[in-house]
Ligand binder design. Structure first.
Ligand SMILES: [Fe+2]
Length: 187
């Protein structure tokens, strides 16, 4: 069994943050660490991390956050048949499947971004991520997440900054609107 604790992951993330400035290079270096953390899930994955709120459709569990909100590591549990509307992160993001498949729909913004609260998206891709699959997203990338399965799924999320502190947006495909996306945290 691979041994790799969240504390060890955070140490590696801090080293990358301190030495790398190019975002694509950060993603390139964080990706294998996310996979290693999944392979070592016995070190950190507890039953509690499967908890999710009915109201939100998913449960956000903080595993680490720096005092300035950078380097946020979260486990997110997704209820069956639920998900998150298309959104960006306002920072780079690396997400690794831990337990159960999660469908990701990817979107591109096609309006010019000049009208406050208005956004037109076009779907540009779709992929299903299961245990050990990693998706690395630069700032500005838009995706929606859905659990099409019949049991709770869990994924590991690593962000350059806590997503409630990046002024990011979620998007409504019906009304072509953009609005702030703040998530509730599990206690
Ligand atoms: Fe996301």
């Amino acid at each position: 069994m691979v041994s790799y604790t969240i504390a060890e992951l955070v140490e590696d993330l801090r080293r990358i943050q301190a030495t790398v400035s190019d975002e694509l290079e950060i993603l390139h270096q964080v990706r294998p660490l996310a996979l290693k953390a999944v392979q070592a899930k016995d070190c950190w994955l507890t039953e509690k991390l499967y908890g999710a709120s009915e109201e939100q459709g998913f449960g956000v569990h903080m595993l680490h956050e720096e005092p300035d909100h950078s380097l946020a590591v979260m486990a997110i549990a997704w209820l069956p048949g639920r998900g998150a509307a298309p959104h960006d992160h306002g920072t780079w993001a690396v997400v690794a499947g831990v337990d159960g498949p999660e469908r990701n729909d990817f979107y591109k913004r096609v309006d010019d971004g000049t009208q406050t609260g208005y956004a037109e998206l076009r779907k540009v891709g779709q992929n299903v991520y299961s245990e050990g699959d990693v998706v690395a997203m630069p700032s500005g990338m838009i995706h929606g997440v859905w659990n099409d399965g019949d049991s709770v799924s869990v994924s590991l999320h690593i962000y350059g900054k806590h997503i409630n502190h990046t002024a990011r947006s979620k998007y409504d495909l019906e009304s072509n609107t953009a609005s702030p996306f703040i998530v509730s945290l599990e206690s």
